[in-house]
Unconditional design. Sequence first.
Length: 138
Amino acid sequence: MAQPGDKIPFLNSVKNRSSLLIRMKSLCLKMTDSEKLIAEYILDNPEEVYNLKIEDISKKLGISLPTVFRFTRKLGFEGFKDFKVELIRDMAIGMNIEITDISDDSVEAVTRNMFKKINRNLKDTLSFINYKDLEKAV
């Protein structure tokens, strides 16, 4: 079982840039109560979180600064600032599914492009499923 301060190996790879929010959801079963509180707040308020400082989250949730910092380290980040950068990137990627510049494209081209993006997101999500943990949860 993961201990506070432990890093989750697959999350430390720069190559794994799939949705941070999805990764957080998948790790909730292995989190401490304080970590779950932080994760739930971030999952419920991602748009608000990227405007907050680590001190703001600490005060808002009644959790110590070191606990919030360790939470981000456990997810494989150097600190809260790096975590926020990834959160912002995630949110921007999610918004990119909507295709805005389609003036020269056919309906078929637009549809195919959207399906490619959605398919890529689904594949990324699938790669983070831990079937053993899923079976335990069920």
